[in-house]
Design a protein around this ligand. Structure first.
Ligand SMILES: [Zn+2]
Length: 237
């Protein structure tokens, strides 16, 4: 194998390695903020849930208060009826007042049940809100911790990316001037998979076997693209 072939093989391997590393670092850089956003959304959703329960709590309290007032006024009315009953001068009047009082007592007992039910609901809502507040605090702490971790490594990752991009510029010098635009286009679309090594005379990306001419070209240190998947091929020994 000639020196040129060895140089090209090593150069292409290095170029592919750098592309792969760049892709890995970029993926990490994208993933961090995305995960932070997802965790922030969990906090926001929990907050919305709490707001909803608070609204419900207000409504339930208001309804319990209203029923309490109705009960009070009904009890005052009953008290008045009791006086009337005591002063009844005929059986007919007595029965009429008594009937009214029984109906009012029945209505009041329904009110009382409803008020108790509403108060129970107030208690359970309060407990649920308290639990949700705790969950929210945990989610918030988790999101913050994660965001801190992400921003702590972000600087390192960006520096690593800058270093890799500088090495890429050097490694790309191996691509002949006539092929550079094809190469750039491929890389833009496919990233690190723009390049594929040949193994057992086949493109490792699509397993298509290279032609005899391509085999000759590769051995002569010339560049060739896979006829099936279009990737830039290189020989590894
Ligand atoms: Zn291929």
């Amino acid at each position: 194998m000639s020196d040129i072939q060895t140089d090209i093989q090593a150069g292409m391997r290095e170029l592919h390695r750098i592309h792969t590393e760049i892709q890995r670092v970029r993926t990490d850089l994208d993933r961090g903020p995305r995960q932070v956003r997802a965790k922030t959304r969990l906090v926001e959703n929990k907050q919305a849930e709490i707001e909803q329960m608070r609204q419900k709590l207000l409504q339930t309290r208001k309804s319990a208060d209203e029923k309490g007032l109705q009960l009070k006024s009904s009890e005052a009315k009953l008290h008045g009826l009791q006086v009337k009953l005591n002063q009844a001068t005929s059986n007919r009047e007595f029965d009429a007042v008594k009937g009214q009082m029984d109906a009012d007592k029945m209505a009041n007992s329904v009110f009382e049940d409803e008020i108790l039910e509403a108060l129970d609901k107030v208690d359970s809502l309060k407990a649920n809100i308290e639990a949700a507040e705790k969950e929210k605090a945990t989610l918030e702490a988790d999101a913050k911790k994660f965001a801190d971790q992400v921003s702590a490594v972000e600087g390192d990752r960006k520096a690593e990316l800058a270093r890799l991009e500088a090495s890429l510029a050097v490694a790309e010098k191996i691509i002949p001037a006539g092929l550079i635009s094809d190469y750039k286009r491929l890389v833009q679309v496919q990233g690190a998979s723009a390049l594929a090594p040949i193994e057992n005379k086949a493109c490792t990306s699509c397993m298509n076997v290279v032609t005899t001419q391509q085999g000759i070209d590769l051995r002569a240190g010339r560049f060739t693209f896979c006829r099936s998947c279009g990737r830039m091929l290189y020989q590894v020994d």
